[in-house]
Ligand binder design. Structure first.
Ligand code: CTP
Ligand code: MG
Length: 228
């Protein structure tokens, strides 16, 4: 069975400093969210897409949906106060025949269709995974401004999305989080907290999360190179 994809897109983009949701900002003439959706639509393995947004962005999101090929159903789902709450809402809106789900940040607009396909293939055998890349910098653990540890770099990976899970496992982890008031920044952390193994799928160096104006400039550079 083909895979279902949820795209959290209900943030405000504070760190971008724009006066709208950063996902609506233009990147080479197209909104960031449109790039993300086009990659997901081009992926062979995704059959259904749910986009979590804030109601005030619905008209702009709808315009984007109208711009792109409607080869796959795209459903608009109301987002929440946090990314975690937005994903929770998305999980409730999945069709009944869904048994595994990919989650991919709207802000990671450079992920390729091949990455989605690789992720879906991994989910055939894994209970949960995240796309990630080995870190290049040496990472320091700091208290105040004093270094307290230098973890071995061989064991450090930078988390990306897509992340993917068997649906029941992720739903249960989200319910436990709600009961226990856990707040996390990605879905893998919830499975880790309930003691389930989450694996790594090799991500892409260029799969950055557009967060600041500098990221937007870098994303533009990468896309120009790709389309040359
Ligand atoms: N997101 C969401 N619902 C929220 C907050 C964030 O669906 N309540 C989404 C964002 O739209 C984004 C992804 O989660 O696609 C990753 O979040 P982030 O990069 O932090 O985006 P923002 O929260 O919008 O940015 P900032 O933290 O700078 O405000
Ligand atoms: Mg945020």
């Amino acid at each position: 069975m083909a895979c279902h994809l949820l795209i959290p897109a209900a943030g405000s983009g504070k760190r971008m400093g724009a006066d709208c949701n950063k996902l609506l900002l233009p990147l080479l003439g197209k909104p960031i969210l449109q790039w993300t959706l086009e990659a997901a639509i081009a992926s062979k393995s995704i059959a259904w897409i749910g986009v979590m947004g804030q109601p005030h962005d619905y008209p702009e999101f709808q315009k984007i949906f109208n711009e792109i090929s409607q080869l796959k159903p795209i459903r608009l789902i109301q987002g929440g106060e946090s990314r975690q709450a937005s994903v929770f809402n998305g999980l409730q809106a999945l069709p009944a025949d869904c048994d595994r789900v990919l989650i991919h940040d709207g802000a990671r607009c450079l992920a390729t269709p091949e990455l989605f396909d690789r992720c879906d293939a991994s989910l055939q055998t894994m209970q949960g995974f995240i796309a990630a890349v080995p870190v290049k910098d040496t990472i320091k653990v700091v208290n105040g401004l004093t270094i307290v540890d230098t973890p071995n770099r061989d064991q450090l990976w930078a988390a990306q999305t897509p992340q993917g899970f068997q649906l029941e496992l992720l739903k249960n982890a989200h319910l436990t989080a709600l009961e226990q008031s856990w707040e996390v920044t990605d879905d893998a952390a919830l499975l880790e907290k309930v003691g389930l193994a989450v694996q790594i799928v090799m991500g892409e160096e260029t799969n950055l999360k557009v967060t600041t104006p500098q990221d937007l400039a870098i994303a533009e550079f990468i896309l120009k190179q790709r389309h040359n």
